[in-house]
Design a protein around this ligand. Structure first.
Ligand code: 3HC
Length: 303
């Protein structure tokens, strides 16, 4: 019901055309929600195989959203699905993808050098009004932004998995981010149907700064043998009201993702004991157990 309203809101908004670079779990989710809310979206990745995978996961997810939003009206639901899918263009050419973009969101691999290389090239290809943002979960926005000449039009836009379900959007300002850019990001977040919060460019911003050490502490508890994995998860669900326990969540986010986040922070902040290495996590990673995505992590997901 709110869709037609938000679509017309988008037509009058500063940010209408969105380019998402990186079509993994996060990038595909961001592209999907932008398309659902009436934005024209270019979704970019390295090759067609990866894009095909993203397209399939978007189709499945949009159908779930439609089922929920248009329970009693299949026709409207189908229209919503069609319009959403039509709003997305899949492409492999980074520079071409930003030619008419109002906003570019990067959701590629968590490697600062690769991100800097990408943005430095986009900086030359995009119009001057285009706002750049990174969806990084753990790298300093400033380190990425400095590869461009548009620090005033740069910020962090950090989403949560699954993007179509999680209501939060963290907006990160670097000291150079202008008020105009910040205000456009806030307005865009609202048009995306998200609740926005604002944070400085600090490690993990708000959510991951709290969530990652919490997951690490749960792993340490398991490692010590204080309680079973199931009991740790049951406790936090029934005793603290979390939708998932910390170990389930670690498997869901990806053990590799959490591992590299903590490793990066430990190197940067060696004195902070919260970021200390967890041998159990390291062992699981070495065994190729990354959580849900690899079929096994702390739990097994093999069918
Ligand atoms: N696309 C569309 N809809 C989806 C979806 C998806 N990918 N995943 C779930 N849904 C919908 C379902 O259709 C369902 O709709 P319904 O209420 O109409 O039935 C609803 O969401 C609930 O899903 P399920 O019934 O399948 O399962 P749950 O009730 O257990 O909810 C969950 C699943 C929303 C994932 C919930 O368990 C949850 O909130 N977990 C915590 C997630 C979390 O903490 N995420 C943040 C991780 S940190 C992060 O992302 C930051 C990064 O930088 C690391």
């Amino acid at each position: 019901p709110s869709r037609s309203f938000s679509a017309s809101a988008v037509r009058n908004a500063a940010i209408n055309q969105v380019t998402v670079i990186g079509s993994g779990l996060m990038g595909a989710g961001i592209a999907q929600v932008a398309a659902q809310t009436g934005h024209k979206v270019n979704l970019v990745d390295l090759n067609d195989d990866v894009l095909k995978k993203a397209e399939n996961s978007i189709k499945t997810s949009v159908s779930r959203v439609a089922k929920k939003q248009f329970k009693d009206d299949t026709e409207k639901g189908n229209k919503f699905i069609d319009e959403t899918l039509t709003n997305i263009t899949y492409m492999t050419d980074n520079n071409r993808s930003v030619a008419t973009a109002d906003l570019v969101i990067e959701a590629i691999i968590e490697n600062v050098e690769i991100k800097r290389k990408l943005f430095s090239s986009l900086d030359k290809a995009a119009p001057s009004h285009t706002i750049f943002a990174s969806n990084t979960s753990s790298l300093p926005i400033k380190d990425i932004a400095e590869s461009t000449t548009r620090l005033d039009r740069f910020g962090g836009l950090h989403f949560f998995n699954p993007v179509p379900v999680m209501k939060l959007l963290e907006i990160i300002r670097i000291p150079e981010t202008s008020d105009a850019t910040y205000n456009k990001m806030v307005e865009w977040g609202k048009n995306m149907g998200k609740v926005t919060v604002t944070c400085k460019d600090t490690p993990g911003f708000i959510v991951n700064r709290l969530l990652v050490p919490y997951m690490m502490e749960a792993l340490r508890m398991l490692e010590r043998g204080d309680a079973s994995a199931r009991d740790i998860d049951t406790s936090m669900k029934l005793g603290a009201g979390y939708p998932m326990g910390p170990l389930e969540l670690a498997d869901y986010v990806g053990l590799d993702t959490s591992y590299y986040i903590v490793k990066g922070w430990a190197e940067k902040y060696p004195d902070n004991t919260l970021f200390e290495n967890v041998p159990l996590l390291e062992k699981l990673i070495k065994e190729g157990k990354f959580g849900v995505k690899s079929g096994e992590g702390i739990y097994s997901y093999k069918k």
